[in-house]
Write a protein that binds this ligand. Structure first.
Ligand SMILES: C[S@@+](CC[C@H](N)C(=O)[O-])C[C@H]1O[C@@H](n2cnc3c(N)ncnc32)[C@H](O)[C@@H]1O
Length: 265
């Protein structure tokens, strides 16, 4: 199989159990939707929508929303979330690197901690911009390399086999200079903002244990090491807890992130 396709198959397997984390991405969804200035009647695409927290939030503002994700199990939950909220969203199973939509089909394209998991930034971003109309808004939330989640991605990656050549480290998406370069001359009015996600946990180890069950890269790492190298796994867990301790206060893990917003030219 094409190495990027195998990478995506592994991604899909890793995200199956993400649903419990929707509670912590939900407040961030409201922030992204507000920052993007989503209005009633706009056609909005939520890329890598997971359980649909951004999609449902945008639909509740009155937007006509399409949500797309690689992982069917999460889309099932997304459908349930839309039903509970009493909104209609057009859900699609699919890949951000190959969006099944026409050029300029949307007024707004959003991604919350989502498109960064596609292997090739230029392909994912090219698709997100292709389906966005000129004058439309692109906005996404990403993890800076120097803060908790970015550092955790780097730590996790250091315990995993190297990804296929051409897969870029996802914390790069949290560096404004790299984001500016990637968006290049395709956009104007580029704006960066910072926000904080506070994750309740009884201890750093409680947070790690929850991540081991739900967060894509951690799920895959545990599956990799549990049988093959328990000593290495223990070392990873110690390093993870030490890192999380640096950001842990008042039973909250502080996860600061970057929001990018721009207008397509
Ligand atoms: C951290 S979750 C974020 C989910 C949701 N946006 C939220 O904020 O709760 C990452 C999501 O990216 C999705 N994903 C990973 N690679 C993808 C790809 N190539 N195309 C579409 N979705 C992808 C996963 O299935 C997962 O739902």
């Amino acid at each position: 199989m094409d190495p990027f396709e195998s990478f995506k198959v592994a991604q899909k397997q890793g995200w199956v159990h993400f649903t419990p984390f929707e509670a912590i991405t939900t407040p961030c969804a409201a922030r992204l939707v507000k920052r993007a200035g989503v209005r009633a009647g706009q056609r909005v695409l939520d890329v890598a929508c997971g359980t649909g927290v951004v999609s449902v939030t945008a639909a509740r503002v009155g937007a006509r929303v399409t949500g797309l994700d690689l992982t069917p199990e999460l889309l099932e939950r997304a459908r349930e979330n839309a039903r509970i909220a009493g909104v209609d969203v057009d859900w699609h199973e699919g890949d951000v690197e190959k969006l099944p939509f026409g050029d300029a089909a949307f007024d707004v394209v959003l991604s919350e901690f989502g498109h960064i998991f596609a292997p090739r930034p230029e392909v994912a971003l090219g698709e997100m911009l292709r389906v966005l109309k000129p004058g439309g808004t692109i906005a996404f939330s990403t993890w800076p390399p120097e803060l908790f989640v970015g550092r955790m991605f780097t730590l996790t990656a250091s315990y995993m086999p190297p990804p296929p050549r051409g897969v870029t480290p996802r914390p790069e998406w949290g560096d404004p200079n790299i984001v500016r370069q990637r968006l290049g001359s395709a956009v104007r009015d580029l704006l960066f903002d910072r926000a904080t996600m506070l994750v309740p946990a009884l201890s750093p180890s409680h947070h790690r244990r929850a991540s081991e069950k739900s967060a894509g890269s951690m799920v895959r790492l545990i599956a990799e090491l549990e049988g093959s190298d328990p000593a290495k796994l223990e070392k990873f867990r110690r390093e993870y807890d030490a890192l999380a301790s640096e950001y842990f206060e008042d039973n909250l893990l502080r996860q600061d992130y970057l929001i990018t917003r721009a207008t397509k030219i």
